[in-house]
Design a binder for this molecule. Structure first.
Ligand code: FHN
Length: 576
């Protein structure tokens, strides 16, 4: 079908819920469409635009916060901001080199900002002159070049498009607040006149588009979202995220700058994250995450069934910052050795492992468990707690050295060499027979009654709350959503009265309820000045009336909750 006919058909398409190209998709069709995404696990996010010219500095001042928001943060008038385009001449841009870099890092797809909130089209747009071909000395269309390079190297390409927030087109800044008369206008008109034609352009002129990455759906009513949704039909099979608005859930959840505690069972998801503290280039942001953290994040995400969309913010010359390149090379080297344990794997069957993470591939006769060991045990024994299956064999992923195993009522113990093959994360391949049989080890109170309930033993409920830090410095963090809560279950052996205490940290006083059956303690946590300054809080006393299963839960109190970090809760017999 020609493009003209396809577009004509689109204008006849009825809007409404049926405007979704996937409204009648069967589960099997959905799985087929999501297949590449589920296998990919690792992608490159690229935030690139005119904001790379000021690079975080305006009128001699370093503007706080993320670089691509500089126009908004410094309330830069439209005309002043638009003048930056004249200096945007990325002569060092080399699409081939970018795609090769992504591919060598082990990334299977790229998502680039085709238009961010500054409304600047990084492509040749007929819908607005505020685009890289018309408004800059560069004159080239970088997306055309990127699409060609992606095709050449077999890397999928997706487009980010800021549909609801556009500070340089009248009506586009309605949602994000505006500061210049020239921004006045109607949001629906902006969507009709700018967003709709531009989304048509990016979905028509660049070959296959693997995903559309909408963003900041402020004020995106269903009516407005329905102006955009049918356009996805221009790219059969395209994936779109959950940020379109209008209550459309899309295909993917998009946790930003964090890794959810348990992933999103039943939903596909992708954590997007910066390597420093900004998405768009800032000349003075040097707060780079370590390669160790990035690799472990990737492993952690894969172990929870998600993808890692890791950002680079090229400068105005078209160069990806050297610290990003360095890290991507290091990740690539690790992926060459361990990628088999990441791509196309399923989430871990274990709730938590004391030394690292697990990914798995399950077949008809058994499973291959990939054990990602972050903390290599010094005693030569790696315990896989609760695993009851018969073992077929164990080996190191790199080099294939066979490892002896022993099974006991507590799980499987693998004999390992004295030193870790990889300081960041070593992979052990453990093949087991039959359906997976795993028992969650039950925490048991000691005979003296003392019990420490550690973060990694907790059951976390919610979207953001998660266990942070390494084994020695664990805490429950990212507890920013007051709906999130947690609980511990243990077997009590010594009934009696217990004093409860916990170490907590946070910027402000906060209120939580600690419950044990019908007993409730309302606890006020102190403002400690930071999320890493902990103070012990005496929570009060509870009664354990009989030996057996006990559950202790901690929930935010609706009025008075502020984010806190929580370290282990301690139970000590009250008469001690
Ligand atoms: O406002 C944007 C931000 O600049 C960046 O693009 C991120 C990436 O997920 N999305 C928005 C904030 O959620």
């Amino acid at each position: 079908m020609s493009l003209t006919i396809a577009l004509a058909m689109l204008s006849l398409t009825q809007v409404g819920p049926s405007a979704s190209p996937y409204a009648n998709e069967t589960p099997a069709q959905h799985d087929k469409r999501m297949k590449w995404f589920r296998e990919a696990r690792f992608g490159m996010f690229i935030h690139w635009g005119v904001y790379s010219v000021p690079a975080g500095t305006y009128e001699g001042k370093r503007i706080p916060w993320i670089g691509e928001w500089i126009m908004h943060q410094a309330k830069i008038p439209m005309a002043t901001y638009q003048a930056y385009a004249k200096e945007f001449n990325p002569t060092k841009y080399d699409a081939d080199a970018w795609v090769k870099l992504a591919k060598e890092a082990g990334m299977k797809y790229i998502v680039i900002t085709s238009k961010h909130h500054d409304g600047f089209a990084m492509f040749n747009s007929k819908a607005s002159d505020w685009n890289i071909v018309s408004a800059t000395p560069f004159k080239r269309d970088p997306l055309k070049e990127l699409a060609a390079a992606c095709k050449k190297y077999g890397v999928k390409l997706g487009f980010y498009y800021s549909q609801a927030q556009d500070w340089n087109h009248p009506g586009g800044a309605a949602a994000g607040g505006h500061w210049d008369k020239a921004q006045d206008g109607d949001m629906t008109e902006y969507i009709k006149n700018v967003a709709v034609p531009q989304v048509k352009e990016i979905l028509s002129n660049y070959g296959p588009v693997a995903c559309l990455w909408w963003d900041t759906p402020v004020d995106m009513t269903k009516k407005r979202a329905d102006l955009l949704l049918p356009l996805l039909k221009l790219q059969p099979g395209i994936i779109f995220n959950n940020r379109l608005g209008g209550d459309y859930r899309g295909d993917t959840e998009t946790p930003e700058q964090f890794i959810p505690a348990t992933g999103y069972p039943g939903r596909d998801w992708e954590t997007c994250m910066t390597m420093n503290d900004t998405w768009g280039y800032k000349s003075f942001d040097n707060n780079w995450k370590s390669t160790e953290m990035l690799i472990r994040n990737l492993v952690d995400i894969a172990s929870k069934g998600g993808n890692y969309l890791l950002n680079v913010g090229p400068n105005s010359l078209g160069e990806i910052p050297a610290p990003s390149v360095e890290r991507l090379h290091a990740i690539g080297a690790w992926m060459k050795r361990n990628g088999r344990a990441i791509y196309a794997t399923s989430p871990s069957p274990f709730k938590r492992l004391p030394w690292g993470r697990c990914t798995r591939v399950t077949g008809k006769s058994g499973s291959t468990l990939y054990l990602h060991v972050f903390d290599w045990p010094r005693d030569g024994k790696l315990m896989v707690p609760g695993l009851l299956n018969e073992v077929e064999g164990a080996s190191l992923m790199v080099g294939g050295k066979k490892l002896a195993t022993a099974r006991s009522a507590d799980g499987v113990t693998i004999s390992i060499p004295p030193t870790a093959p990889d300081a960041i994360s070593s992979t052990i391949v453990l093949k087991v027979k039959g359906d997976l049989k795993i028992t969650a080890p039950v925490l048991q109170q000691s005979a003296s009654g003392d019990l420490t309930l550690s973060p990694s033993e907790a059951d976390l409920h919610g979207s953001e709350i998660s266990v942070e830090g390494d084994a020695k410095n664990e805490n429950i963090g990212f507890w920013t959503n007051p709906k999130d809560w947690l609980e511990w279950t243990f077997r009590a052996v010594r009934p009696g009265k217990y004093a409860l205490s916990a170490e907590m940290a946070g910027y402000a006083n906060s209120k939580v309820t600690v419950s044990v059956g019908s007993q409730k303690l309302e606890v006020i946590t102190p403002a400690t000045g930071s999320y890493s300054t902990y103070r012990r809080v005496e929570m009060g006393a509870i009664e354990i009336s009989a030996a057996g299963k006990v559950t202790i839960s901690v929930r935010p109190v609706a009025n008075g909750w502020q984010p806190v970090n929580l370290r282990a809760i301690k139970l000590v017999p009250a008469d001690k």
